[in-house]
Design a binder for this molecule. Sequence first.
Ligand code: UDX
Ligand code: UDX
Length: 472
Amino acid sequence: MNKTIQIAVVGSGYVGLVAAVCFAEIGHDVVCVDNDERKVAALQSGDTLIHENHLPELLNRYRNTKIRFTTDLGEATRTSDAIFIAVGTPQSENGDADLSYVEAVACEIARSLTSYKVIVEKSTVPVYTNKWIRRAIERNGVARHIFDVVSNPEFLREGTAVSDFLHPDRIVVGADSEAAAELLAAIYAPLTTGAYYAQPNAIPGACTTTTPPPLLQTSTKSAEIIKHASNAFLALKISFINAVSNLCEATDANIEQVARGMGLDSRIGPRFLRPGIGYGGSCFPKDVAAFRSVADGLGVDFSLLTEVEKINVSQKKRFLSKVRTALWTLRGKRLAVLGLAFKGETDDIRESPAIDLVEMLLAEGSSITAYDPAAMKRAQAELPASPQLRYVEDSYAAAKDADALLVLTDWREFATLDLERINTLMRYPIVIDGRNLFDPKTMQQHGFTYLSIGRPAVNPARELESAATVSV
Ligand code: UDX
Ligand code: UDX
């Protein structure tokens, strides 16, 4: 029988809110804390605020039973056994992670600590943060023996965050005390024993009762480094395949064949080898910068990470050149943009390469008609609509009278568009695909000039004769 544990999660953003509903889903009682009153009020009324698969259904299931929302961190601390810190750790100007929210939360927790509690770092933080949190709490007059600080990094991806949480490849617990490690093991026991997967309405995924996820116990410092190193390595994998895709373009080879050939090597693996317009989001850009900054601070040369960033930035510029190659000049051109989120299946536009590209194209004097299935509200808050930038209700409205259509986010719904209809709507049937969503042959058959990443460009079959004079 798994034990119900009283859990507080501080920070109700993409990470905290998902962790909170998932803790409720595996049987614990959860109080969610946020210092944003409007957010708390919205969550209390059942609004999830973010676009995330399974989140509405789980919130609905547990709201007012196993999960409640408050702005009162003191009360949440007093009534919980474990307090997870999941507030933002944004990038500061010099690339370091800004830990001021984490520090503020630690100090506030300290004011309400009267009996033994485990404080858990869930936010992505640099190595030694654990030590700093401990120090901050002790400086507020709390005795050393009534608390422990552990590191339990999160590896969830936006869009699939709930199933990533409930079906993780691994659970990492960095703890320097047995009592704290045991509490964390008890929290995750429904997953690690496989009991959760036997429930009839368990969220489906890769783990099963017979293949539950492993829990890896490490030192706090190792756990902190595991998180940064994992994100930096995934970013490196993406920059590497982007660089290889550029080589493919220079040689007329095909990145899909190359990535497949590489990925079949089990030492490399097929995932995170999709070329595109560069990685974005709230994690990779800031975590690569923060990890490099950690290395710099410790006198360790990790300039490899600088190269990872360099390739990522140049990937966007290369895409812009590709648009220029297809259209010649950009001023006055009317472009359809499909996708504004930093990747498909999310409404998040933080560090979105799509938003960067829209800004670059506007600066070049193009006018844009944009559509995204979930991120338009957030995009409009960042880039307000204007005569030069219009937001429309679907992909077909975006394509109407366009000189070219650009695919900037890998939404599944874009891959199933009616290509015949798109072609008829456009002024010129030119598609420049930053996410390789379409098959070049199919695009050619549908009469498009089609440019993608790391694959030979194609012209419509009927234009092949004139390709000798004008070629893209
Ligand atoms: C953030 C970080 O970006 C990531 O590195 C970390 O791993 C987890 O936290 P995310 O959940 O996406 O990820 O951030 P965000 O959506 O901004 O949510 C943070 C929440 O914390 C917000 O709701 C904010 O209101 C809240 N917050 C912030 C507090 O409750 N207290 C504070 O002092 C600061
Ligand atoms: C990432 C990590 O995957 C996750 O483990 C961590 O907890 C948080 O950061 P997330 O930012 O939600 O998750 O998205 P992810 O799916 O990793 O994609 C990040 C960026 O890389 C996106 O812009 C995506 O489009 C891009 N990407 C991803 C590629 O360009 N190619 C790929 O093959 C994979």
